[in-house]
Design a protein around this ligand. Structure first.
Ligand SMILES: [Zn+2]
Length: 310
């Protein structure tokens, strides 16, 4: 992903939040998630998945290591009684065609319309460097594995959930949003458009780089405002406002293909990470606690997102 410009928005006066009117007859207690639901996401489990993927080593698109990563993800998903579907395609990269595979896990809801929770599982190709992508790649892929377990263990949702691990998020040479980067998400959207299935995609939540020990997630201006509002409100409700400051930024990432196709989308990303795209993006700079925080916030936000889409 790439940050396009830094928009610094003055912090919202916090007391203002208390004056946000609620719909008639709805109390704060009714909209707050139970603590049991919020803690259903296990940051320690997610961190173990992250650790296992980092142990595989660098995992660029088309590599045997990425194939090994797919096998790891599939093994975990199958242990929850879910199935992994492969979506193969060829990425037309500046280095020539590369075979890539998106992974898709579906958790059927009462309706066929979908809410997507997505991330990427490839790591940036860094010639002559050992880049294991603990936050940039592994945190995202690990988060989705744990989220699959959580969603499967919850009572059936109104909407169908689809977890998608995108291949080829990283540029093969240099980031170009339309030419060299986000191969998997661009392919997914093109395939959905071809199948006239884009209207069934009600919302897309992108989780990227959420491992940072010093977790600071900013509102991305390319994301859909109502999704940002729901996620930032959820962060306040579950006590993680400090990790979701009211500051803005602008990020190019796997959500943009969906935004362009008219699918409400949000990128939950911590790009304030000095180790980004360096060999220091390793286990010592990520934490289970950060995965837990993002897990708690997303789990708390999902019922509100479903309510908005009903
Ligand atoms: Zn990256």
């Amino acid at each position: 992903m790439r940050r396009t410009l830094l928009v610094v928005i003055a912090p919202i006066v916090l007391v203002g939040a208390y004056y946000v009117p609620r719909p008639a007859g709805e109390s704060a207690a009714q909209t707050a998630p139970t603590s049991a639901a919020a803690s259903a996401f296990d940051g320690a489990k997610a961190f173990e998945h992250l650790r296992q993927m980092v142990a595989i080593g660098p995992r660029p698109a088309g590599s045997p290591a990425l194939k090994q990563t797919r096998a790891y993800i599939a093994k975990q998903i199958e242990s929850y009684g879910l199935k992994v579907e492969e979506q193969p395609f060829t990425g037309a990269t500046p280095k020539g065609p590369i075979d890539m595979i998106n992974l898709i896990v579906r958790i059927p809801g009462k309706r066929p319309e979908k809410i997507l929770i997505t991330g990427h599982y490839d790591t940036k190709l860094m010639p002559n460097q050992t880049f294991v992508g603990a936050s940039d790649g592994a945190s995202s892929a690990a988060f989705l594995i744990e989220m699959a377990r959580v969603l499967k263990s919850q009572p059936q949702h109104e909407f169908t959930y689809e977890l998608v691990w995108f291949d080829g998020e990283e540029a093969v040479i240099e980031w170009d949003q339309d030419k060299d980067s986000t191969y998997g998400s661009r392919y997914y959207v093109a395939a959905a458009q071809k199948a006239a299935a884009i209207k069934a995609l009600k919302a897309m939540i992108l989780i990227d780089m959420v491992g940072d020990r010093d977790l600071q997630i900013r509102r991305d201006s390319n994301s859909t405002p109502w999704l940002n509002d729901i996620v930032w409100d959820a962060a306040k409700r579950v006590g993680h406002a400090a990790n979701f400051p009211d500051f803005g930024t602008s990020v190019e990432d796997d959500h943009l293909a969906f935004v362009k196709a008219g699918v409400p989308s949000i990128d939950i990303i911590d790009l304030d990470y000095p180790q980004w795209h360096t060999p220091q993006d390793d286990l010592s700079h990520v934490s289970a606690r950060s995965l837990q925080i993002v897990g708690d916030v997303v789990v708390a936000a999902l019922p509100e997102i479903e309510k908005k889409l009903r």
